[in-house]
Design a protein around this ligand. Sequence first.
Ligand SMILES: [Zn+2]
Ligand SMILES: [Zn+2]
Length: 138
Amino acid sequence: MEGKDNNKILRMTNQRKIILEELCKVFSHPTANDVYKMVRKKLPRVSLGTVYRNLELLSSCNTIQKLDFGEPHKRFDGNPEPHYHINCTKCGRVDDSPLPLKPGLEEEAELASGYQISSHHISFSGICPDCQTQVAAN
Ligand SMILES: [Zn+2]
Ligand SMILES: [Zn+2]
């Protein structure tokens, strides 16, 4: 229960720690429901609401990221560092973009808009390699 002070902002309950650990194990950018299914193997009595609340809390502290691809359910990313995403419009798969962050993009946008830019998000959409082979096979 007590233990390591590895998060200064948020009190790490055991439940929250397991939710974070499970999320950080995957690179699939799961929804709260996906995380719930993963976490239930370790916390059989946890509820979807608890998982959802903890994910919201972790993302509000920037320990994780919440991603919106215009789908009915938001996705979560255990990697809090800014990075771009790419998503498949056929199967809904979300990957990290292989392209690095563009340095200077925020300055460019500031100059063009007069805004003080604090962050930016880029996501690419398209058809993933797996779905492309399926299309080709048909
Ligand atoms: Zn796909
Ligand atoms: Zn990501």
